[in-house]
Design a binder for this molecule. Structure first.
Ligand code: ATP
Ligand code: PH2
Length: 158
């Protein structure tokens, strides 16, 4: 059984309901069990800032399926929940990113693991540290908690 961590975000419609539905749908997949969920974090939009605030959270899942099959499941759930991809980094009913999958490092056209931006994003590291603070990011060889602290220290020095 593999343990993976997913980051979820919503900034359109009923954001809590969107996140709840996404977590429920993930857990309803026969091949995926949601084993931990973080609290909800209200966050200002990062990157493209002229859009509504997000609610972000992370979940831990256990699964026997491969990273690419997990991505297919995640994209199908995004689709079911009505996410329309109009612009990169734009508003969305639901966004689900695969952050970590065991200690795998993978770089394919459609899938990079760990997620390439996760260490730069407080909206990922804050909820992730709550449920996986001690997990090692295989690319950096540092725990999630350390990456979160380094990001916070860096932000103070800007
Ligand atoms: N780790 C990953 N998790 C989810 N999608 C990924 C990952 N790595 C690559 N992708 C690819 O990224 C594509 C676009 O993702 P998406 O539209 O969610 O980007 P975004 O949310 O706007 O930006 P970001 O990925 O930086 O959060 C997906 O269709 C998927 O093929
Ligand atoms: N706060 C916050 N900002 C974002 C988010 C997000 O989930 N939360 N997702 C983005 C694209 O993936 C871009 N910016």
């Amino acid at each position: 059984m593999a343990v993976a961590y997913l980051g979820l975000g919503s900034n359109l419609g009923n954001r809590r309901e969107n996140l709840d539905s996404a977590v429920r749908r993930l857990d309803e997949q026969s091949e995926i069990s949601v084993t931990e969920r973080s609290s909800l974090y209200e966050t200002e939009p990062y990157g493209k800032t002229d859009q509504p605030d997000f609610i972000n959270m992370c979940v831990e899942v256990e699964t026997r399926i491969s990273p690419l099959e997990l991505l297919e499941n995640v994209l199908a759930i995004e689709h079911e929940l009505g996410r329309v991809r109009k612009e990169v980094w734009g508003p969305r009913t639901i966004d689900i990113d695969i952050l970590l999958y065991e200690d795998l490092e993978l770089s394919l056209d459609d899938l990079s693991i760990p997620h390439t931006e996760m260490h730069k994003r407080a909206f990922v590291l804050d909820p992730l540290a709550e449920i996986a603070g001690g997990r090692i990011h295989p690319g950096f060889g540092k725990t999630v908690q350390t990456l979160k602290e380094e990001l916070e220290a860096g932000e103070k020095n800007v």
